[in-house]
Design a binder for this molecule. Structure first.
Ligand SMILES: NC(=O)c1ccc[n+]([C@@H]2O[C@H](COP(=O)([O-])OP(=O)(O)OC[C@H]3O[C@@H](n4cnc5c(N)ncnc54)[C@H](O)[C@@H]3O)[C@@H](O)[C@H]2O)c1
Length: 259
C-alpha cells in the first residue's frame, strides 16, 4: 500500500530479533523497505526469523549478548561495515526474570534482569549513538512496558527495570535534543506472546488460577495485543513522520492503563 509509512533504504538494527515482538518488527520494517541487522543471543531462532523475511529483504543476522560491551560494539561495527550507517535502532531484547514476590526474589535473578533489561539497553545506546550523532540523523526506540509506568505484583524487578528504560529514554532524548537524533520508547501492554504466557502460568501456580478471559476483561479493548501492533508503532517512530517526537513513552496496550 502506497499510503503506509515507508522506510526505504533505512538501516534498522533490532535486538531481541528472534523473539515474538522482535521477529514481528523485523518483518514489518523489512516490508516497509528497511535493511535489517537482526541481533539476538539465540542463533537458531534468529536464523529462522531472518529466513521468514520477504525474499527481497536485505538482512544481516548477528548472534550477540546485549549485556557484553564487546559484543555490542561488535554488532554496531558489523552493521556499519555491512550497510554504511545505522538509521534506526530498536533496542528491544529483554527478559521477564522470575515471577515471585520481593520477599522470595533471588538477588542473582534481580541482577540478571537488570543486566539484560537496563545494562543491555544502556550499552546499545552507548554504542549506536556515536554513529547517529556523527551523521546527525537517527531514531532509537527502546522497549519498555506498561510495567515501566505502573507497579505490578510478582514482577517488581521487571517493573523496576522497565521504569529504568523510560528514564534512560527520556535522558538520552534530552542529551540529543539539539541534534536530529530522536529517542523514544514503546510500552507494550498484554501482548499475545511467550512472555505473557510465562508470567501468567507462574502467577497461576502461586495464586488462584486466572483464566485468559479474566485477564482480557482487564483490558478496555477486550483483547490481547498482537506483536505486529507494537511493530507498527516502532515503524512510525522509526520514520520521518515522527520527526518532532522525542523523549516519548508510547503505550500500546488497548487502553489498559488509561483509567
Ligand atoms: N510480550 C509482552 O507481553 C511484553 C509486554 C511488554 C513489554 N515487553 C518487552 O518486549 C520485549 C520483547 O519481548 P517478547 O515478548 O518478544 O519476548 P521474547 O522472549 O519472545 O523475546 C525476547 C528476545 O530477547 C532475546 N534476549 C534476551 N536476553 C538477551 C541477551 N542478553 N542478549 C541478546 N538477546 C537477548 C531473547 O533471546 C529473545 O529472543 C522485551 O523487552 C519485553 O520485556 C513484552
Amino acid at each position: 500500500m502506497t499510503d503506509r509509512i515507508r522506510l526505504d533504504g533505512k538501516v534498522a538494527v533490532v535486538t531481541g530479533a528472534a523473539g515474538v515482538i522482535g521477529a514481528a518488527t523485523i518483518r514489518l520494517l523489512a516490508e516497509r523497505g528497511a535493511r535489517i541487522v537482526a541481533v539476538d543471543r539465540r542463533q537458531d531462532d534468529l536464523k529462522t526469523a531472518v529466513r521468514d523475511l520477504p525474499a527481497s529483504a536485505q538482512a544481516l543476522p548477528i548472534a550477540a549478548d546485549v549485556t557484553s560491551e564487546d559484543e555490542v560494539a561488535d554488532y554496531v561495527r558489523a552493521a556499519v561495515d555491512r550497510f554504511g550507517t545505522i538509521d534506526v535502532f530498536y533496542n528491544n531484547a529483554g527478559i521477564e526474570g522470575e515471577i515471585k514476590p520481593i520477599v522470595n526474589y533471588p538477588l542473582e535473578t534481580f541482577r540478571k534482569v537488570i543486566d539484560v533489561n537496563v545494562v543491555g539497553v544502556f550499552l546499545g545506546m552507548k554504542h549506536v549513538l556515536p554513529v547517529m550523532l556523527k551523521q546527525d540523523r537517527g531514531s532509537i526506540i527502546n522497549t519498555a512496558s506498561i510495567a515501566g509506568l505502573i507497579g505490578s505484583h510478582e514482577i517488581a524487578v521487571y517493573s523496576a527495570s522497565k521504569h529504568a528504560v523510560i528514564g534512560l529514554t527520556k535522558s538520552a532524548a534530552l542529551e540529543c535534543a539539539a541534534t536530529s537524533v530522536r529517542v523514544n520508547c514503546v510500552c507494550p501492554g498484554l501482548i499475545d506472546s511467550r512472555m505473557l504466557s510465562a508470567i501468567n502460568e507462574a502467577r497461576n501456580r502461586s495464586n488462584e488460577p486466572l483464566s485468559i478471559e479474566k485477564i482480557v476483561n482487564r483490558v478496555p479493548a477486550r483483547r490481547l495485543g498482537q506483536a505486529s501492533e507494537v511493530a507498527s508503532i516502532v515503524a512510525f517512530l522509526a520514520s520521518d513522520e515522527a520527526s518532532y517526537v522525542s523523549g516519548a513513552a508510547y503505550t500500546v496496550d488497548g487502553g489498559r492503563i488509561a483509567g
